[in-house]
Design a protein around this ligand. Structure first.
Ligand code: HXC
Length: 257
């Protein structure tokens, strides 16, 4: 039985980590199931985005599974960290727009999973942190690298070295989450995703997203070249023509992808 539930909608999918009895903690099964779900959705025609959340009322994901890690040898720790990175990288490098809906605790590996996503939405009750140092660990699913790239070096060091949790308001203030949602979280997040996809070219979104992600790992001049190349490549498809013709005719665009 899968530890991850996938609900496919017309243009996006809701992926739910489903281990509420352990606050959705990430063990090998969850990491493998999340990887498989990402691969499957990447190959699902028409699926353009993935909304990732956690089952139950309390947590998005409360971290890597502490019970599973307690007796690790260094080699087992290496394999587990590599497995986690494989899943996080599959999410960040897939062609899907990835949006984490943080509906409660996002701690340790849980926050690292949210950091592998393009966008983070939080419920008002969300609590986030990297408490690994309180367990004698470090954030080993990408947190030491992705958190400073999102909030900057000083704030990332503060979160990682203190292990303290922050609430949704503070996370919004430092740019760790894009929005704080009120009311029915899933319904609000679905509205957010739908609006992001509606009347936008999927090809253009994929190209822009790729230019941004690829460029962030490069010097500025090399990143700018990627952008020029992606811009020109778009014109080998029909979406630029469709989008601009619709604008000039004062109509809503109907894109190919
Ligand atoms: C395994 C976990 C867990 C975790 C919670 N549970 N977090 N099991 N791994 N990360 C389990 C609890 O043991 C408990 O099981 C059940 O979920 C409910 O949790 P409680 O602690 O009873 O709930 P509560 O008192 O409300 O406290 C919530 C909490 C706390 C503050 C989120 O559970 C907590 O601090 N969890 C650990 C958070 C953490 O340190 N995460 C980082 C992990 S290290 P039972 O059976 O008792 O009901 C990590 C490293 C990543 O992520 C990199 C690896 C390479």
């Amino acid at each position: 039985m899968s530890t991850v539930r996938v609900e496919k909608k017309e243009s996006y999918a809701i992926v739910t980590v489903d281990r509420p009895e352990a606050l959705n903690a990430l063990n090998e099964d969850v990491l493998n199931d999340l990887h498989a779900a990402t691969q499957d959705l990447s190959q699902t025609p028409g699926c353009r985005a993935m909304l990732l959340t956690g089952a139950g009322e309390k947590a998005f994901v409360a971290g890597a599974d502490i019970a599973a890690m307690e007796q690790f040898t260094p080699n087992e720790a290496l394999k587990f960290a590599e497995l986690g990175h494989r899943t996080m990288n599959a999410i960040s490098s897939s062609e899907l727009i990835s949006i984490a809906l943080i509906n409660g605790f996002a701690l340790g590996g849980g926050l690292e999973l949210a950091l592998a996503c393009d966008i983070r939405l939080a419920g008002a009750n969300a609590r986030m942190g990297l408490p690994e140092v309180t367990l004698g660990l470090l954030p080993g699913f990408g947190g030491t690298q992705r958190l400073p790239r999102v909030v900057g070096r000083g704030l990332a060091l503060e979160m990682i070295l203190s292990g303290d949790m922050i609430d949704a308001g503070r996370a919004y203030e430092i740019g760790l989450v894009n929005r704080v949602l009120e009311g029915d979280l899933l319904a609000e997040a679905e509205k957010y995703v739908s609006k992001m996809l509606e009347y936008k070219s999927g090809a253009a979104q994929r190209a822009a997203r790729w230019a941004l992600h690829a460029g962030m790992d490069l010097p500025l001049t090399a990143g700018l070249q990627k952008e020029i190349h992606q811009f020109s490549e778009l014109f080998s498809g029909s979406d630029p023509q469709k989008g601009m013709a619709a604008f000039l005719a004062k109509q809503k665009p109907e894109f190919e992808s």
